[in-house]
Design a protein around this ligand. Structure first.
Ligand SMILES: Nc1ncnc2c1ncn2[C@@H]1O[C@H](COP(=O)(O)OP(=O)(O)OP(=O)(O)O)[C@@H](O)[C@H]1O
Length: 394
């Protein structure tokens, strides 16, 4: 994995008395203390984060936690008081904090594009002219501009609307224009500052889906600010949680849900449905942790010892028993096609959703679910207790 943006010990403060504010940051002072003593507002402190190429990295936190401040450091909209923000473009890279004007111009024109919450469309320009605005500023010739604009409008499904004005479009459509405008620059890095939060929930969900679909083919590096954890969990490859200007946790969605770093993160995830995030891999017990069930490679899949598998030297299943009787092992994915009566042990892949695993458990009256890897080797199992611990986070 190659880094696209690296934040290294980034401090941003708003106000005149920067030196004293930085000294207070070093002593671990809170935003409130810094404000009272110096009149300076702490934007963010000691922020360290690497965003890899092609990744969607979400910055999450309550209002005022410093998400937008950090995001805006990438294209130099916010001045960094200390630390560095390195932007990579292929083999080229520059530190936004210390680079010269030429390099900053290159970053803004070629490397980084931004999508705002309020769609920021120019009302006197048509949709097509709005999408082409950045290109016009960069001096892209008209013919090429027209081509690129057309391509991007098609991508977001608005090619029929090219000659309309912003007020003739719904909020969702206006934000699609915002997306197309950012895509049109062909910058590999996209900064998105709460792009969907002004939209109603249905349109919002739809645009999130569309963004994920587009990302499948475009493979941009996206830094996405959100204060909505459900949104972050849905679209983020990694999530960074900020509190009072400081990063408190960075991790995958599963990390955040299963291993919250502190009470602030725990409060965030309190109302998240773990079934929408977790997979079999996240909750299974590894085969090495399972108890032997007699001679000949037999292992108990569950703590209650209702179900056991005989595993050969290659990790393949030779035989299965449930409640002392031979059982067949069948994929969770085929659940609907099976007769109810056969003694079954369901199996799943590591990436199978926890919801599917639970359906299988329900169907088999709480038998454990076996997990197989791509080569059909047995790698672990999930019992009722594992599911309960994951869902209740205990
Ligand atoms: N240009 C500025 N001048 C002065 N203070 C600022 C400026 N920009 C941000 N701040 C302050 O920095 C802190 C962090 O703000 P920031 O906008 O980054 O938070 P946020 O987490 O993005 O919040 P929101 O979700 O409300 O946008 C806030 O206290 C804010 O008032």
């Amino acid at each position: 994995m190659k880094p696209a943006v690296e934040f290294r010990d980034v401090d941003i403060v708003f106000g005149d008395d920067k030196a004293q504010a930085l000294a207070m940051i070093d002593r671990g002072a809170t935003r409130q203390e810094i404000l009272e003593k110096t009149g300076t507002v702490l934007g963010c402190a000691g922020a360290g984060l690497t965003v890899n190429e092609g990744e969607i990295s979400v910055l999450m936190g309550l209002s005022g936690s410093g998400k937008s401040t950090l995001l805006r450091a990438v294209n130099g909209l916010n001045k960094v008081a200390r630390g560095s923000v390195v932007v990579h473009d292929g083999d080229w890279s520059a530190d936004v904090v210390s680079c010269g004007d030429d390099q900053l111009r290159k970053i803004r024109r070629e490397c980084v594009a931004m999508v705002f919450q309020q769609f920021a469309l120019l009302p006197w320009r048509t949709v097509a002219e709005n999408v082409g605005f950045g290109l016009e500023l960069s001096g892209v010739p008209e013919a090429e501009r027209k081509q690129r604009v057309e391509r991007q409008l098609k991508l977001v499904g608005l090619d029929q609307w090219a000659q309309k004005y912003a007020h003739e479009l719904s909020g969702g459509m206006q934000q699609r224009v915002g997306l197309a405008r950012a895509f049109a620059t062909e910058a590999p890095i996209l900064l998105m500052d709460e792009p969907f939060s002004a939209l109603d929930p249905l349109i919002r969900t739809k645009l999130q889906d569309e963004l994920l679909q587009l990302q499948d083919t475009l493979k941009k590096t996206i830094i996405f600010v959100s204060h909505d954890l459900e949104e972050a969990l849905k679209i983020g490859n990694t999530i960074t949680i900020m509190e009072g200007g400081r990063i408190v946790q960075t991790g995958t969605p599963e990390d955040i849900v299963l291993r919250p770093a502190n009470d602030y993160v725990r409060d965030f995830i309190a109302n998240v449905n773990p079934l929408s995030v977790l997979t079999a891999w996240n909750v299974m017990r590894d085969r090495r942790d399972l108890e032997a069930a007699g001679e000949g490679g037999w292992l108990w899949l569950d703590r209650r010892c209702t179900t056991r598998f005989q595993i050969d030297a290659n990790g393949l299943v030779e035989a299965a028993e449930r409640d002392g009787k031979p059982a067949v092992w069948v994929s969770c994915d085929d659940i609907e096609k099976l007769p109810d009566d056969a003694p079954q042990v369901f199996w799943a892949k590591p990436g199978t959703t926890l919801k599917t695993v639970m359906l299988a458990m329900h169907r088999s009256q709480t038998a454990p679910v076996a997990i197989f890897d791509e080569s059909s080797r047995f790698i672990g199992s999930i019992g009722v207790r594992d599911v309960l611990s994951a869902v209740l986070r205990r």
